[in-house]
Design a protein. Sequence first.
Length: 276
Amino acid sequence: MKFGFVTCVQLGLSCMEAIYKVGGSLELAITLPDERAKSKSGRVYLDEFCERNAIHLHKSTHINNQDCIDLIKKMEIDWLFIIGWSQIANEALLDAPKKGVLGIHPTLLPVGRGRAPIPWSIIKGLDKTGVTLFKLDTGVDTGDILAQLEIALTDETTATWLYEQVDQAHVTLIERSFSSIASGNIELRVQDESQATVWEGRKPEDGEIDLNGRREDAYRLVRGVTRPYPGAYFYEDGQKVIVWQARPVSERHDATRKYLTFDDGLLEVIESEVVS
């Protein structure tokens, strides 16, 4: 069984390392040219890892370019992993590997197809989320499921914590699943469309706290869009105040702290930042 991997960020490289940790190997890696996406969060370069492990490294501006498709076919890749890559694979690319393309989505599909899975999982008040290893098709997160890993959520879970858990869950899922994929001992499960939900993308302006709303909604928003996201915010005396950390309280107990008042209670601002 021959494997290829497409990534340009640290999360993808960590998953590549996980494959070797469990005794697997890769024949092909595809990434962006060195000058592209230098400012992309988590951007890494695969040259050293590929040279050390004798992996053929190919650099291309887009995964759907003909040079990528031709190389995957020429090298007779069976499974291609795409993890940590923002470009959408087209049908020609999906058909290039003999068996297909595998990706990981950070929800328990079919719940949470689409965008902003970490913030939405918290904002919606879910009691669990997770990651799903699945076979990509031409739909948006609609492909058959290979494996899943759950992550329990509480009413104190923050995006900072969940982001780290999701990254680690990617690696764990690869470690647990790779040997079965390599041996061909896998069962793909069709997603239950009756349980499917689609989450829309979020913009920084979606983080404004509704001071006339509910405290619980504000608290979830603060936790859901804190670092590494842009943060929840409100305006005070014409200034934008980003709330990075807060907690619900029953009374004002610290004169040095800011409190947001809602009809259903108080939210104590623990960490904030005034921006112009």
